[in-house]
Design a protein around this ligand. Structure first.
Ligand code: BGC
Length: 260
């Protein structure tokens, strides 16, 4: 079976690096038109756009901070002007925030993580669904994390935002299903990107991380992108409201390989 998204109008938030970049490239490779959203580093976004267009695809870059409602509205207005609507939204933009136990977490930083990861994803989903519901087609893919289910000391804001995004996915999926629109989540494990460079660049912390992954390797952005492409396509036409975990087994409690 071939996975194709020819002509589909897609927007990927945070698409100028890491997992989002791989998703933008993957969707374009399957034939979709892609809006490459970014906040900083416009040159990186233009690099992704150039690669896609040189390969014969269609893409444009659009700056917007998803935690700012006005900018989100402008992002979707730009997509309307370019393509007259949207078929695929990938809510990828996210931050993990500073590391601090909950009782020491700076409240403004805590709120900022929620504002980007959860409220930002909701704001984009709201705009996308208002366009998808009337056309009776479309897919929203939310990038959560293994920390949708695994607690993580020092990251209460991040884990709460990802667990919240998991339940937002299910509720929006229930609401949208009768209208022919799907809402799904993908939960990456430890994927080698800038967000966790400080961990994988250091041999000791890298070894610790690998001990948490039964498959014995970090994931690559394309490991996640391939699953997003499948979920966005008709190959997953009967899949909604669920989280697909892409983690090399990280959620399999590898510490139980021995003892117990
Ligand atoms: C985080 C990474 C981390 C991974 C596994 C992801 O959600 O962004 O920094 O390596 O979870 O813990």
């Amino acid at each position: 079976m071939q996975i194709r998204l020819d002509g589909k109008r897609a927007v990927v938030t945070g698409a100028n690096s890491g997992i989002g970049e791989a998703i933008a490239r993957g969707l374009a490779g399957a034939g979709a038109r892609v809006c490459v959203n970014y906040v900083v580093h416009p040159e990186a976004a233009e690099g992704v756009v150039n690669d896609i267009t040189h390969a014969g695809g269609q893409a444009f870059a659009a700056a917007a901070d998803v935690s700012d409602g006005t900018q989100v509205a402008q992002l979707f207005a730009a997509i309307d002007r370019a393509w007259g609507g949207v078929d695929v939204l990938v809510n990828n933009a996210g931050v993990d925030g500073p590391r601090a136990v909950g009782w020491e977490y700076p409240p403004d930083e805590w709120r900022k993580v929620l504002a980007i990861n959860l409220e930002g994803a909701y704001a984009c989903a709201r705009e996308a669904l208002r366009r998808m519901i009337p056309q009776r087609s479309g897919v929203v893919v939310n990038l959560t994390s293994v920390h949708e289910v695994i607690p993580w000391t020092g990251y209460s804001a991040y884990t709460a935002s990802k667990a919240g995004l998991g339940m937002l996915t299910k509720t929006l999926a229930q609401e949208a299903a009768p209208h022919g629109v799907r809402v799904v989540a993908v939960a990456p494990g430890a994927i080698q990107t800038p967000i966790n460079a400080s961990v994988w660049e250091n041999p000791a912390t890298r070894a610790d991380l690998l001990s948490k992954i039964p498959m014995g390797r970090m994931g690559q952005p394309d490991d996640v992108a391939r699953m997003v492409v499948v979920l966005a396509s008709e190959a997953a036409g009967y899949v909604t409201g669920t989280t697909v975990v892409v983690d090399g087994g990280m959620t399999l409690y590898p510490s139980f390989t021995h003892g117990g």
